[in-house]
Design a protein. Structure first.
Length: 528
């Protein structure tokens, strides 16, 4: 006999359709006995193929099964496919709820995990040996399975789980992860847990994981090393992730091609840290995780050189996480904004909003521009940030903006002075325009190998930018810097400066102005 309609037979046996299931059978069927007595059948299959979800199993030896008055006896069902082996034998009864008495042995490549977890890629072999009793409606499984020397990759995660060793114990009312060990990021990962399957009640689970001396390049741009203990447990309405992560260091070392303000807004924007609650799993997964970085937080790139600490608590759900705590940077770090390097006096990010992630900034930083000591104070939430400036020697606020934008305290003071009936917002608008031009300057400077390239908008008495100042600079030697600045609309408004650094705090400046005059200055820097 031969048949290519095994899916139809399978649907009858399991009382439910099997998606992507195909198969065919070639063999012999023998019938003996009297019709008025117990009828017996014997099946011997020379060829059996079953396929589903991209896998095709075929028999490794003839299939043998018998049918008597009490049920089906499977003498041999031995299937395989490229390293996969599946054996099943025993009896399936007809009486009552179809009692089972089966023995099973399997050896499968770990890649079969992709059938239930499409985001995983795995190598290695999973072996299991089990007995199956109970009934067809509620089978009771007893046995053991495990894998060793496996390798698992989670798509989107930059590290692989190496040398994965796991042992699973199967009981009629539970599946126990007796132990899982792996190497991850140069450290170790250990996990255990169980899934309880009580009769007539929803299943529940609890898993614990511990990581030690793990170094991760995650999230993108970060390098973190430390340890953690996390627990995943089912709850009445979903599940909860709880525990603590302690990092010896958390470094952000990647250069970015945006300004500091744009970077902070991008990292902390609400749309980047909140996930839509339409995903039921995310919205029902509660968080209760502590994240501590005692002195090991560091940001070092083209925009900042900062050290600090973090003590945070992650609450809420995966769909709407909420952060409590604070991040505090050490005094003495530096940040670069619009070609000005600021030395940080105080930098604190506080998180206290119980409804959303809303960092509150308290920043005090100082910079020196053209012999002026400028202090910048930023405070408040990022969508309502308040900025104040002060200078020593004291100058007007608009002149401080001019100083930061062009390097000269008085070059824009006339243009930035509000006219009668105008609001004093013009200075801020010119300053924002200068920041947009600064992005262009960064790209051009990189393209031509310049150490400094700035396009600084100049505003007239109206609410428009009337001109620009171009500034280019090139470091000829480690201690020799050449800078040229010009307003194209007024060629006489230009200067060429050569700065020769004689020591850590002493420099000589040679300047040629657009009117043909020369100047020699000495600059001595001293911090108190």
């Amino acid at each position: 006999m031969a048949s290519e309609r095994l899916p139809t037979l399978a649907d009858i046996l399991v009382d439910a359709p099997l998606p992507d299931f195909t198969g065919k059978f070639v063999g012999e069927l023998g019938i003996s006995g009297r019709f008025d007595a117990k009828l017996r059948m014997a099946l011997r299959g020379e060829r059996l193929e079953v396929g589903f979800s991209g896998h095709t199993l075929h028999n490794l030896e003839p299939v043998q099964a018998r049918l008597d008055g009490s049920g089906v006896v499977i003498d041999s069902l031995y299937l395989g496919e490229d390293g996969s082996e599946f054996f099943l034998g025993g009896r399936i009864g007809f009486a009552g709820d179809r009692p089972l008495d089966l023995q099973s042995q399997i050896s499968l490549p770990a890649s079969w995990l992709e059938l239930v977890a499409p985001t995983l890629r795995a190598t290695g072999t999973f072996d299991a040996l089990a007995t199956i009793r109970g009934t067809a409606e509620r089978p009771e499984i007893n046995g053991e399975g495990g894998t060793k020397d496996a390798r698992v990759i989670l798509l989107g995660f930059p590290h692989a789980f190496e040398d994965v060793r796991a042992t699973l114990l199967f009981y009629p009312d539970a599946v126990v992860l007796d132990g899982l060990g792996a190497r991850l990021g140069g450290g170790t990962l250990q996990a255990s847990g169980r899934v309880d399957l009580p009769a007539g009640a929803p299943f529940s689970y609890r898993f614990q994981a511990s990581a030690r001396d793990v170094t991760l390049r995650y999230p993108e741009g970060w390098l973190a090393r430390g340890r953690g203990d996390l627990t995943l447990a089912s709850t009445e309405g979903g599940r909860q992730v709880s525990g603590a992560v302690d990092l010896d260091r958390a470094y952000y070392l990647r250069d970015v091609q945006v300004s500091l303000a744009q970077l902070l807004r991008a990292l902390l924007a609400r749309q980047r840290v909140q996930v839509a609650e339409t995903d039921e799993v995310l919205s029902t997964t509660q968080l209760n995780v502590a994240l501590r970085v005692p002195g090991g937080l560091r940001v070092r790139n083209n925009l900042a050189n900062l050290r600090g600490s973090a003590d945070l608590f992650l609450r809420g759900t995966l769909a709407r996480p909420v952060v409590f705590g604070r991040v505090e940077m050490d005094r003495g770090g530096t940040v670069v904004y619009a070609d000005n390097e600021y030395k940080v006096e105080r930098a604190i990010l506080s998180f206290a909003n119980p409804y959303r992630i809303e960092p509150v900034l308290d920043l005090v930083a100082k910079t020196e521009v053209s012999s002026y000591q400028v202090t910048l104070n930023l405070s408040g939430p990022f969508d309502r940030l308040r900025a104040t400036f002060a200078s020593d020697p004291p100058i007007a606020d608009l002149e401080v903006l001019s100083l930061l934008a062009t390097g000269q305290a008085g070059s824009l003071s006339g243009e930035l002075t509000p006219q009668p009936g105008q609001t004093p917002s013009l200075g801020a608008e010119a300053f924002l325009a200068e920041q947009a031009a600064n992005l262009v300057g960064q790209r051009v400077g990189t393209l031509f190998g310049l150490d400094k390239f700035r396009v600084a908008p100049l505003s007239s008495g109206s609410d428009v930018v009337s001109s620009v100042r171009l500034t280019v600079g090139k470091r000829l030697r480690r201690n020799l810097m050449l800078t040229y600045s010009v307003d194209p609309s007024a060629s006489e408004d230009s200067y060429l400066t050569v700065e020769w650094r004689l020591g850590v705090d002493l420099s000589l400046l040679f300047t040629q102005n657009g009117d043909g005059s020369y100047a020699v200055d000495t600059k001595w820097e001293k911090a108190f």
